[in-house]
Design a protein around this ligand. Structure first.
Ligand SMILES: *[C@@H]1O[C@H](CO)[C@@H](O)[C@H](O)[C@H]1NC(C)=O
Ligand SMILES: *[C@@H]1O[C@H](CO)[C@@H](O)[C@H](O)[C@H]1NC(C)=O
Ligand SMILES: *[C@@H]1O[C@H](CO)[C@@H](O)[C@H](O)[C@H]1NC(C)=O
Ligand SMILES: *[C@@H]1O[C@H](CO)[C@@H](O)[C@H](O)[C@H]1NC(C)=O
Ligand SMILES: *[C@@H]1O[C@H](CO)[C@@H](O)[C@H](O)[C@H]1NC(C)=O
Ligand SMILES: *[C@@H]1O[C@H](CO)[C@@H](O)[C@H](O)[C@H]1NC(C)=O
Length: 420
């Protein structure tokens, strides 16, 4: 009875419990703001613009919220959702400012980098916010490129979780010509040309020659789209098999490489699980599994395991990633595998009819959490509250590895009874 009680499992269990405990501490901006109805519009737009998961994936930040009246002023100008995203991302400071620190700024003034700066789309210094302590205990805020006028003031602290996230109310939206400029609608993106230029020309050409498939992809551009395009070598090698498929099978195979929601690499790294695709239709699941191991994201069907090898574009609402294999759905390649398999022809005949226009959008709701579960803990524990500059360069980098570890940890917890 050697496998009776292995001391080695105890530290593992302790580690698992520790991990679960820390995970539950990750903040959730939607939940924080949901307790304050006067910020419901601001909260709603953090979700619509996909900023919420980006905020949840960071620590040492400050969210400058405005109330519903201030949001109404902004929305009265009918900005596009992309413009709203730029404006709101200017309201997320990449440093921790609790009420105390705001009133005790060294030398009375500071510049804070924002998520708008980190997006890489802010021209010049427009991604920085000037915070200045004024006479009488007032704290003023202004976008750095706004002629030095500081139009907004600190109202109150909403929630402080030192030094992870501080949520404060400021009186008005920070005016910024740069952030308010009409943001280019990514709907104008040319999918096939992006793919062709980055190693997925064979897939792009094939997609172009199937008008129904291409329009399915293009129809989803506005609402959010993630494409996994097989690299040229992989798709070339697959062409004989592709040509063997029926017309509807070919369509499904192509559509299987698109997901009707925008999923940033950060989101993919923090979400394991089933993923519906553009080919999903009723009983024909046409789904695959996303699985992460640290920084590596893999996509799995029963027949294929593909790795993401490159990011061609990752900008709400469009992400395109190169993968090293063609994803083969079980719906099309059922009988495959070791034994002399039945020809794909009959299997392909089971494929869903290609005509499913107008149904595409509903799938977005089914797809696993585009913005869910992203409040993975991020950043190193060593983050100082004053490291403004450290974060100013980059895109969002939530530590995708944690979820992988948690899965392992859960496995340990549930696996334990077997060991004991
Ligand atoms: C504060 O002002 C002094 C003197 O001008 C300067 O040397 C110092 O770098 C400033 N500190 C900060 C944090 O800006
Ligand atoms: C912030 O703006 C005020 C007013 O325009 C200016 O005096 C101050 O120098 C600015 N602070 C920084 C750090 O640029
Ligand atoms: C996209 O680019 C390709 C060339 O790569 C071109 O043939 C096609 O017409 C473009 N499509 C649109 C909608 O502009
Ligand atoms: C194509 O189908 C035929 C029979 O229909 C089969 O013999 C052949 O192996 C298939 N080719 C590929 C590449 O799957
Ligand atoms: C955050 O909170 C909101 C509202 O309570 C909830 O709908 C959402 O699922 C939460 N997100 C995560 C990742 O837990
Ligand atoms: C801050 O965030 C880290 C990482 O998500 C977490 O481990 C820690 O418990 C959080 N601290 C608080 C006070 O919630």
């Amino acid at each position: 009875m050697h496998h009776h009680f292995r001391p080695a499992t105890l530290p593992a269990l302790a580690a698992a419990i520790f991990l679960l405990a820390t995970l539950s501490h990750a903040h959730n901006i939607s939940r924080i703001l949901a307790q304050h109805p006067e910020f419901s519009t601001f909260n709603h737009y953090l979700t619509l613009t996909h900023l919420a998961p980006e905020i949840n994936g960071r620590t040492t930040i400050t969210v400058c919220a405005v109330d519903n009246a201030a949001m109404a002023d902004l929305l009265a100008k009918h900005p596009s959702i992309y413009t709203v995203k730029n404006i709101l991302s200017l309201h997320v400071l990449l440093d921790y400012f609790g009420a105390k620190k705001l009133h005790q700024i060294t030398n009375g003034t500071a510049l804070a980098a924002t998520m708008y700066q980190a997006s890489g789309t802010a021209p010049g210094s427009s991604g920085f916010v000037n915070i200045t302590d004024l006479h009488g205990g007032k704290v003023a805020f202004g976008a750095e490129n706004n002629d030095g006028t500081l139009t907004s003031t600190f109202v109150k602290s909403i929630e402080e979780i030192p030094y992870n996230i501080s949520v404060i109310q400021i009186s008005k939206i920070l005016p910024s010509a740069a952030a308010e400029a009409p943001a280019p609608a990514p709907a104008q993106q040319n999918l096939t040309s992006i793919m062709s230029k980055h190693g997925c020309k064979v897939f792009a050409d094939t997609l172009s020659s199937f008008k129904d498939a291409l329009s399915t992809f293009n129809d989803n551009l506005d609402g959010g789209l993630t494409v996994f395009c097989p690299l040229d070598d992989a798709f070339k090698a697959f062409l004989p098999k592709f040509k063997n498929l029926t017309a509807s099978g070919k369509l499904s195979l192509l559509e299987f490489h698109g997901v009707p929601v925008y999923q940033s690499l950060a989101t993919l790294k923090s979400n394991n699980g089933l993923q519906n695709t553009l080919a999903t239709d009723g009983a024909n699941n046409f789904d695959f599994t996303v699985q992460n191991d640290g920084e590596q994201v893999t996509l799995k069907t029963r027949l294929t395991t593909a790795k993401i090898t490159d990011t061609l574009i990752d900008e709400q609402p469009l992400a395109i990633f190169a993968i090293d294999k063609v994803l083969q759905p079980k719906e099309l390649f059922k009988g495959e595998a070791p034994a002399p398999a039945p020809a794909p022809e009959p299997a392909a005949a089971d494929a869903p009819a290609p005509a499913k226009k107008g149904k595409k959008k509903k799938k977005a709701a089914d797809a696993p959490a585009a913005d869910g579960n992203s409040d993975a803990p991020a950043d190193s524990p060593g983050d100082a509250a004053d490291d403004t500059a450290d974060d100013s360069n980059g895109a969002v980098r939530p530590d995708g590895g944690r979820y992988g570890k948690v899965v392992v940890a859960l496995g340990l917890v549930f696996g334990l009874p077997l060991v004991l």
